[in-house]
Design a protein around this ligand. Structure first.
Ligand code: FAD
Length: 317
């Protein structure tokens, strides 16, 4: 079932989870171990993130360096299919522009459609680790909007090869990313909002947000979206803080603020267990307030911490 159908059919707030493909060399068992305890909460769907390959420089025998592309995690198509079949749950693969040509994107979409997966979260992706700016592939997309249009075209039966007639229309439900605290490259929230609206006008059916630790940021974002004519559901993305280092890492990587009250409490902790307790309590309160506000889904980034997420969700559902 599509994410939007889950939302439209729901009588109460739904729960969903997000997993990272395990590092190369591991098997699906790593994902099942991670998800097994969380399945008792009957998630409506499970997202699987996508991680582009990284450019590395390998030292050769003659002392020179060779540029190599290293993929650390397997792709999402197979993982989504395995999760869907193992648990009979809907899956949402993340699809990014970075590292993909339009043709490779079309192939991935054809595979997903073939496997009966009819949800995608379309994203631009970030620059590779050792590069400053995002650069699209020579025959790739520069913005998530362009990728979204390719998916929307395929939903109309429009393939890249114009001579493919009656190729069959896909039926993807398209989600997009939204940033309550602004995308870090956008000059201001209003500009970011205009590009968000363009993605909605092109066919996005729901927004999934970047993590945030202050619910007011989400409430303000929803209000701004509504004032700008964006009426689709806005799913909050939620993550617990579980160690002190994240006080610096999360703002650096995800460009989000951590409220003073939370950072103060974490700074006073002596162990990671204490931090995890504070982080769990904070996320329980955040979730309860968001549920009361009427969010359609509570979406949890599980990121290697299924036990913490279990402790949160059992207090909320
Ligand atoms: P876009 O919508 O393309 O926006 C990127 C920037 O360009 C913004 O500043 C926007 O304001 C601006 N912009 C948009 N359109 C235009 C235009 N036409 N002209 C000029 N400027 C424009 N990354 C991964 O690699 N893998 C994942 O699995 C993944 N999952 C994510 C899940 C969620 C819920 C979120 C919030 C993010 C995720 N990301 C993931 C990170 C995401 O790829 C980055 O945040 C990326 O920098 C932006 O992606 P986007 O889809 O928002 O891009």
């Amino acid at each position: 079932m599509k994410v939007i159908e889950h939302i439209n059919n729901a009588k109460d707030c739904l729960v969903s989870f997000e997993v990272l493909p395990p590092l190369k060399g591991k098997t699906m068992a790593a994902i099942y171990d991670h998800l097994d305890p969380l399945m008792e909460f009957k998630p409506s769907f499970i997202n699987v993130t996508y991680h582009r390959s990284e450019t590395m420089f390998k030292k050769m025998a003659n002392g020179t360096f060779e540029k190599v592309e290293v993929r650390k995690r397997p792709g999402t198509v197979g993982i989504c299919a395995a999760i869907k079949n193992h648990y009979q749950v809907d899956t949402v693969p993340h699809l990014i522009c970075g590292g993909f040509s339009k043709r490779e994107t079309e192939d991935a979409l054809i595979d997903l459609n073939f496997l009966g997966i009819n949800n995608v979260l379309v994203l631009r992706g970030d620059a590779p680790k050792n590069e400053t700016f995002f650069e699209p592939e020579a025959d790739g997309h520069k913005y998530a909007l362009e990728l979204l249009k390719q998916v929307a075209n395929l939903n109309q039966g429009l393939y890249l090869e114009e001579d493919i007639k009656n190729g069959g229309k896909t039926d993807f439900c398209i989600g997009i990313a939204g940033y309550p605290e602004k995308h870090f490259e956008a000059p201001n929230l209003e500009t970011d909002m205009a590009y968000l609206k363009a993605k909605v006008d092109a066919g996005a059916e729901y927004i999934m947000t970047q993590m945030f630790f202050n619910n007011q940021k989400y409430f303000d974002f929803v209000k701004l979206c509504r004032n700008n004519g964006i009426e689709i559901p806005i799913i909050p993305g939620l993550k617990p803080i579980t160690n002190k280092k994240q006080l610096n890492i999360l703002p650096k990587i995800f460009h989000v603020d951590i409220p003073n009250e939370l950072s103060d409490a974490i700074m006073k902790c002596k162990t990671d267990e204490e931090v995890e307790k504070i982080g769990t309590e904070w996320l329980v309160q955040q979730s309860k307030e968001l549920k009361q506000y009427g969010v359609p889904v509570l979406h949890y980034y599980t990121l290697g911490k299924p036990k913490v997420i279990w402790n949160v969700v059992k207090e909320v559902v």
